[in-house]
Ligand binder design. Structure first.
Ligand code: URA
Length: 261
Protein backbone atom coordinates (compact mmCIF):
# COMPACT_ATOMS: atom_id res chain seq x y z
CA UNK A 1 0.00 0.00 0.00
CA UNK A 2 1.73 3.16 -1.21
CA UNK A 3 0.71 6.43 0.40
CA UNK A 4 1.17 9.76 -1.33
CA UNK A 5 0.63 13.39 -0.38
CA UNK A 6 -2.66 14.46 -1.95
CA UNK A 7 -1.13 17.52 -3.70
CA UNK A 8 1.73 15.49 -5.18
CA UNK A 9 -0.58 12.72 -6.35
CA UNK A 10 -2.85 15.20 -8.11
CA UNK A 11 0.03 17.14 -9.65
CA UNK A 12 1.46 13.86 -11.02
CA UNK A 13 -1.80 12.52 -12.36
CA UNK A 14 -3.50 15.57 -13.82
CA UNK A 15 -2.47 18.26 -16.27
CA UNK A 16 -2.36 20.87 -13.45
CA UNK A 17 0.83 22.29 -11.90
CA UNK A 18 1.58 21.82 -8.20
CA UNK A 19 0.71 25.52 -7.62
CA UNK A 20 -2.66 25.12 -9.38
CA UNK A 21 -3.36 21.94 -7.43
CA UNK A 22 -2.80 23.71 -4.11
CA UNK A 23 -5.44 26.30 -5.09
CA UNK A 24 -7.83 23.61 -6.35
CA UNK A 25 -7.50 21.65 -3.08
CA UNK A 26 -8.05 24.82 -0.99
CA UNK A 27 -11.16 25.62 -3.03
CA UNK A 28 -12.75 22.37 -1.82
CA UNK A 29 -12.86 20.69 -5.26
CA UNK A 30 -11.08 17.51 -4.11
CA UNK A 31 -12.60 14.55 -2.29
CA UNK A 32 -11.17 11.37 -0.77
CA UNK A 33 -13.68 8.53 -0.35
CA UNK A 34 -16.49 11.05 -0.79
CA UNK A 35 -15.23 13.52 1.83
CA UNK A 36 -13.94 16.98 0.92
CA UNK A 37 -10.23 17.37 1.80
CA UNK A 38 -8.62 20.83 1.84
CA UNK A 39 -5.19 19.87 3.19
CA UNK A 40 -2.64 19.21 0.42
CA UNK A 41 -0.47 17.20 2.81
CA UNK A 42 -3.25 14.67 3.49
CA UNK A 43 -1.94 11.12 2.86
CA UNK A 44 -3.85 8.90 0.43
CA UNK A 45 -3.47 5.45 -1.06
CA UNK A 46 -4.81 5.73 -4.64
CA UNK A 47 -5.00 1.93 -4.95
CA UNK A 48 -7.57 1.59 -2.19
CA UNK A 49 -9.10 5.06 -1.85
CA UNK A 50 -11.24 6.95 -4.33
CA UNK A 51 -9.88 10.41 -5.05
CA UNK A 52 -11.74 12.93 -7.18
CA UNK A 53 -10.56 16.30 -8.44
CA UNK A 54 -13.13 18.73 -9.86
CA UNK A 55 -15.59 15.87 -10.17
CA UNK A 56 -13.24 13.50 -12.03
CA UNK A 57 -11.91 10.31 -10.50
CA UNK A 58 -8.13 10.07 -10.24
CA UNK A 59 -6.57 6.88 -11.45
CA UNK A 60 -5.21 4.31 -8.97
CA UNK A 61 -2.05 2.30 -9.64
CA UNK A 62 1.45 3.66 -9.80
CA UNK A 63 1.66 4.31 -13.56
CA UNK A 64 -0.48 5.07 -16.56
CA UNK A 65 -0.51 2.78 -19.60
CA UNK A 66 -2.33 3.88 -22.73
CA UNK A 67 -2.65 1.87 -25.90
CA UNK A 68 -3.07 4.08 -28.95
CA UNK A 69 -4.06 3.22 -32.48
CA UNK A 70 -1.66 5.70 -34.04
CA UNK A 71 -3.09 7.34 -37.15
CA UNK A 72 -1.18 8.44 -40.26
CA UNK A 73 0.49 11.86 -40.10
CA UNK A 74 1.43 12.16 -36.43
CA UNK A 75 4.91 11.56 -35.10
CA UNK A 76 5.94 9.28 -32.23
CA UNK A 77 7.41 12.03 -30.06
CA UNK A 78 6.39 14.01 -26.99
CA UNK A 79 6.63 17.45 -28.62
CA UNK A 80 7.49 19.02 -31.93
CA UNK A 81 7.37 22.60 -33.15
CA UNK A 82 5.94 21.75 -36.56
CA UNK A 83 4.25 18.38 -36.54
CA UNK A 84 1.44 16.94 -34.48
CA UNK A 85 2.65 14.32 -31.99
CA UNK A 86 0.95 11.29 -30.47
CA UNK A 87 0.86 13.15 -27.13
CA UNK A 88 -1.24 15.89 -28.77
CA UNK A 89 -3.90 13.22 -29.41
CA UNK A 90 -4.12 12.09 -25.78
CA UNK A 91 -7.31 13.29 -24.03
CA UNK A 92 -6.64 15.89 -21.32
CA UNK A 93 -7.52 13.61 -18.42
CA UNK A 94 -4.66 11.27 -19.42
CA UNK A 95 -2.03 13.97 -19.97
CA UNK A 96 0.01 13.04 -16.93
CA UNK A 97 3.53 14.29 -16.42
CA UNK A 98 6.26 12.22 -17.99
CA UNK A 99 3.97 10.49 -20.51
CA UNK A 100 5.89 9.37 -23.58
CA UNK A 101 5.60 6.86 -26.43
CA UNK A 102 7.39 3.61 -25.56
CA UNK A 103 8.67 2.95 -29.06
CA UNK A 104 8.14 4.58 -32.39
CA UNK A 105 6.25 4.16 -35.60
CA UNK A 106 7.03 6.18 -38.73
CA UNK A 107 4.74 9.14 -39.42
CA UNK A 108 3.06 7.22 -42.26
CA UNK A 109 2.70 3.99 -40.22
CA UNK A 110 -0.33 3.20 -38.10
CA UNK A 111 -1.30 0.93 -35.25
CA UNK A 112 -0.32 -0.14 -31.78
CA UNK A 113 1.73 2.29 -29.72
CA UNK A 114 2.10 2.18 -25.94
CA UNK A 115 2.22 5.51 -24.11
CA UNK A 116 3.30 5.43 -20.50
CA UNK A 117 5.00 7.29 -17.66
CA UNK A 118 6.65 4.03 -16.52
CA UNK A 119 10.28 4.46 -17.55
CA UNK A 120 11.39 1.13 -16.12
CA UNK A 121 8.85 -0.87 -18.11
CA UNK A 122 9.53 1.14 -21.28
CA UNK A 123 13.21 0.38 -20.89
CA UNK A 124 12.47 -3.36 -20.71
CA UNK A 125 10.30 -3.09 -23.83
CA UNK A 126 12.73 -1.03 -25.87
CA UNK A 127 16.10 -2.40 -24.85
CA UNK A 128 17.71 -4.28 -27.79
CA UNK A 129 18.77 -6.94 -25.25
CA UNK A 130 15.17 -7.99 -24.63
CA UNK A 131 14.15 -8.75 -28.26
CA UNK A 132 10.51 -7.83 -27.69
CA UNK A 133 8.62 -9.17 -30.75
CA UNK A 134 6.60 -6.69 -32.79
CA UNK A 135 4.17 -7.79 -35.44
CA UNK A 136 3.09 -5.73 -38.45
CA UNK A 137 0.44 -6.13 -41.09
CA UNK A 138 1.94 -4.79 -44.29
CA UNK A 139 0.42 -3.96 -47.63
CA UNK A 140 2.89 -4.71 -50.40
CA UNK A 141 3.23 -3.13 -53.83
CA UNK A 142 3.68 -6.60 -55.36
CA UNK A 143 2.29 -10.00 -54.36
CA UNK A 144 3.94 -11.90 -51.49
CA UNK A 145 6.44 -14.58 -52.54
CA UNK A 146 7.02 -17.83 -50.62
CA UNK A 147 10.80 -17.38 -50.85
CA UNK A 148 10.63 -14.44 -48.41
CA UNK A 149 10.04 -16.63 -45.35
CA UNK A 150 13.41 -18.39 -45.54
CA UNK A 151 15.31 -15.19 -46.28
CA UNK A 152 13.70 -13.46 -43.29
CA UNK A 153 14.42 -16.50 -41.08
CA UNK A 154 18.10 -16.48 -42.06
CA UNK A 155 18.54 -12.83 -41.14
CA UNK A 156 18.48 -10.33 -44.00
CA UNK A 157 21.27 -7.99 -44.95
CA UNK A 158 19.92 -4.51 -45.70
CA UNK A 159 21.10 -2.28 -48.58
CA UNK A 160 23.57 -0.44 -46.31
CA UNK A 161 25.11 -3.74 -45.16
CA UNK A 162 23.27 -3.78 -41.84
CA UNK A 163 22.58 -7.31 -40.62
CA UNK A 164 19.11 -8.13 -39.24
CA UNK A 165 18.32 -10.75 -36.64
CA UNK A 166 16.15 -13.66 -37.82
CA UNK A 167 12.57 -12.51 -38.43
CA UNK A 168 9.30 -14.06 -39.59
CA UNK A 169 7.03 -13.30 -42.50
CA UNK A 170 3.95 -15.10 -43.74
CA UNK A 171 1.25 -14.44 -46.28
CA UNK A 172 -2.31 -13.69 -45.38
CA UNK A 173 -3.72 -16.47 -47.52
CA UNK A 174 -6.25 -14.97 -49.95
CA UNK A 175 -4.88 -11.43 -49.50
CA UNK A 176 -1.89 -11.76 -51.82
CA UNK A 177 -0.59 -8.19 -51.41
CA UNK A 178 -0.63 -8.43 -47.61
CA UNK A 179 1.81 -10.09 -45.26
CA UNK A 180 2.39 -10.42 -41.57
CA UNK A 181 5.92 -9.60 -40.45
CA UNK A 182 7.41 -10.12 -37.02
CA UNK A 183 10.73 -8.65 -35.98
CA UNK A 184 12.58 -8.80 -32.67
CA UNK A 185 14.47 -5.53 -32.99
CA UNK A 186 13.65 -1.96 -33.99
CA UNK A 187 16.11 -0.54 -36.47
CA UNK A 188 15.22 2.64 -38.39
CA UNK A 189 12.58 1.88 -41.08
CA UNK A 190 13.35 -1.77 -40.44
CA UNK A 191 10.33 -3.50 -41.94
CA UNK A 192 10.27 -1.23 -44.99
CA UNK A 193 13.97 -1.86 -45.61
CA UNK A 194 13.58 -5.63 -45.10
CA UNK A 195 10.88 -5.81 -47.75
CA UNK A 196 13.00 -3.65 -50.06
CA UNK A 197 15.86 -6.13 -49.54
CA UNK A 198 13.73 -8.94 -51.00
CA UNK A 199 12.65 -6.78 -53.96
CA UNK A 200 9.22 -5.65 -52.79
CA UNK A 201 7.94 -2.35 -51.42
CA UNK A 202 5.82 -1.58 -48.34
CA UNK A 203 2.87 0.61 -49.24
CA UNK A 204 1.49 0.67 -45.77
CA UNK A 205 2.45 -0.68 -42.39
CA UNK A 206 0.16 -1.22 -39.39
CA UNK A 207 1.49 -2.56 -36.07
CA UNK A 208 -0.99 -5.07 -34.78
CA UNK A 209 0.84 -6.70 -31.88
CA UNK A 210 3.66 -6.31 -29.44
CA UNK A 211 4.51 -9.62 -27.78
CA UNK A 212 1.23 -11.46 -27.37
CA UNK A 213 -0.78 -8.24 -26.92
CA UNK A 214 -3.00 -7.52 -29.92
CA UNK A 215 -4.24 -4.02 -30.76
CA UNK A 216 -7.96 -4.04 -29.88
CA UNK A 217 -9.54 -4.01 -33.36
CA UNK A 218 -12.42 -1.79 -32.23
CA UNK A 219 -10.04 1.05 -31.24
CA UNK A 220 -10.45 3.79 -33.88
CA UNK A 221 -7.38 5.52 -35.37
CA UNK A 222 -6.20 8.30 -33.04
CA UNK A 223 -8.02 6.90 -30.00
CA UNK A 224 -6.41 5.65 -26.78
CA UNK A 225 -7.45 3.02 -24.29
CA UNK A 226 -6.21 2.77 -20.70
CA UNK A 227 -4.87 -0.73 -20.02
CA UNK A 228 -3.54 -2.48 -16.93
CA UNK A 229 0.00 -3.38 -15.97
CA UNK A 230 -0.76 -7.07 -16.63
CA UNK A 231 -1.78 -6.24 -20.24
CA UNK A 232 1.48 -4.44 -20.72
CA UNK A 233 3.39 -7.41 -19.29
CA UNK A 234 1.89 -9.53 -22.09
CA UNK A 235 3.71 -7.25 -24.53
CA UNK A 236 6.89 -8.92 -23.33
CA UNK A 237 5.67 -12.47 -24.11
CA UNK A 238 6.09 -14.43 -27.28
CA UNK A 239 3.06 -15.73 -29.18
CA UNK A 240 3.34 -18.31 -31.95
CA UNK A 241 3.09 -16.70 -35.38
CA UNK A 242 0.30 -19.05 -36.67
CA UNK A 243 -1.75 -18.18 -33.57
CA UNK A 244 -1.19 -14.51 -34.20
CA UNK A 245 -2.04 -14.93 -37.86
CA UNK A 246 -5.28 -16.74 -37.07
CA UNK A 247 -6.33 -14.02 -34.70
CA UNK A 248 -5.47 -11.33 -37.24
CA UNK A 249 -7.19 -13.08 -40.11
CA UNK A 250 -10.21 -13.45 -37.92
CA UNK A 251 -10.27 -9.70 -37.37
CA UNK A 252 -8.91 -8.85 -40.78
CA UNK A 253 -11.75 -6.59 -41.87
CA UNK A 254 -11.23 -4.41 -38.82
CA UNK A 255 -7.59 -3.88 -39.70
CA UNK A 256 -8.48 -2.03 -42.89
CA UNK A 257 -5.31 -0.33 -43.89
CA UNK A 258 -6.15 2.94 -45.44
CA UNK A 259 -4.05 6.06 -45.93
CA UNK A 260 -6.96 8.22 -44.87
CA UNK A 261 -6.76 6.78 -41.33
N1 URA B 1 9.40 -0.63 -39.47
C1 URA B 1 9.26 0.39 -40.34
O1 URA B 1 9.83 0.38 -41.42
N2 URA B 1 8.46 1.42 -39.97
C2 URA B 1 7.78 1.47 -38.81
O2 URA B 1 7.04 2.43 -38.56
C3 URA B 1 7.94 0.39 -37.93
C4 URA B 1 8.75 -0.66 -38.28
Amino acid sequence: MAQFRLDKLLADRTQFSRADIKKIIRSGAVTVDGTKVTDGGFKVDPDTQTVTCMGKQIRGGAHLYLVMNKPVGVISATEDRKQKTVIDLVPKEFRVKGLFPAGRLDADSTGLLLLTDDGELAHRMLSPKHHVPKCYLVRLARPYEDSYAERFAQGLTLSDGMQCLPAEICSLREHENYALVRVQEGKYHQVKRMLAAVGNHVEHLHRIAVGSYLLPPQLPPGACLEVFHKDVESMLNLCEMPVLRDRVVYDFSSYSINESQ
